[in-house]
Write a protein that binds this ligand. Structure first.
Ligand code: HEC
Ligand code: HEC
Ligand code: HEC
Length: 141
């Protein structure tokens, strides 16, 4: 009797862990994801003309399966979803990049360029499959 109770207890614990991890597992979105500049993003003027935003950046999770989710989604889960990169308190600056904020990680531009371009460059150097490092190969949409 005691032994079977112990076994069912163990089963219950194992099962509830299974269910919990299923509830909290986050699925990667489809490859139609496009990363756009945040609403209200400012653009550096060109002389006396207003500047223009770069084209948006399509991002395929399926091409990044060799990279751990947490490498990019480096924050704790928010409930059972990932914290968005541009969430308040994260990469939430709407200023354009200039001399004084050239390294400020609050800028989405710096956050993405540091993560995306740096990895692609590193892989290229190591002669492994890599992603684009040129502006026009990412900013396509
Ligand atoms: C590996 C992909 C990648 C490459 C290469 C890349 N970018 Fe980006 N860039 C992004 C992503 C992602 C964002 C954030 C989404 C957005 O704002 O469009 C971004 C944001 C920006 C922004 C701020 C938002 C805007 O639209 O103005 C600027 C400016 C920018 N990039 C310029 C450049 C320039 C110039 C180059 C080449 C020297 C370049 N990027 C190369 C991925 C890339
Ligand atoms: C190479 C970087 C990278 C990797 C690796 C990565 N993601 Fe993402 N993921 C992103 C970016 C960038 C976005 C767009 C986030 C944003 O707009 O703030 C995103 C968006 C998402 C979203 C949508 C968020 C939302 O609510 O709109 C989910 C869900 C997600 N990823 C799950 C995953 C899972 C699961 C994995 C691992 C299997 C994974 N990602 C791996 C970069 C990555
Ligand atoms: C830790 C490494 C790593 C990071 C971070 C990373 N990438 Fe990549 N990326 C790769 C690799 C590896 C490939 C090549 C995959 C292949 O050829 O199968 C790739 C390929 C790509 C491609 C080409 C996909 C295609 O259709 O051939 C694009 C576009 C791209 N990455 C954009 C991004 C953007 C935007 C980010 C940042 C949000 C990012 N990557 C972050 C490793 C990375």
């Amino acid at each position: 009797m005691k032994k079977s109770m112990l076994i069912s207890l163990i089963c219950a614990v194992v099962l509830s862990f299974g269910v919990a991890s299923m509830l909290y597992a986050v699925d990667a979105p489809g490859d139609d994801l496009i990363i756009t500049a945040p609403e209200g993003m400012k653009v550096k003027p060109k002389g006396d003309q207003p500047g223009k935003l770069q084209k948006a950046v399509p991002f395929a999770h399926s091409k990044h399966e060799s990279v751990e989710c947490q490498h990019c989604h480096h924050m704790e889960l928010d409930g059972n979803a990932y914290v968005l990169c541009t969430s308040s308190g994260c990469h939430d600056s709407l200023e354009f990049r200039d001399k004084e904020n050239a390294k400020d990680i609050k800028l989405v531009e710096n956050a993405f360029h540091d993560q995306c371009i740096e990895c692609h460059k590193k892989l290229k150097k190591e002669e492994k499959p890599f992603g684009p490092t040129a502006c026009g190969k990412c900013h396509t949409k």
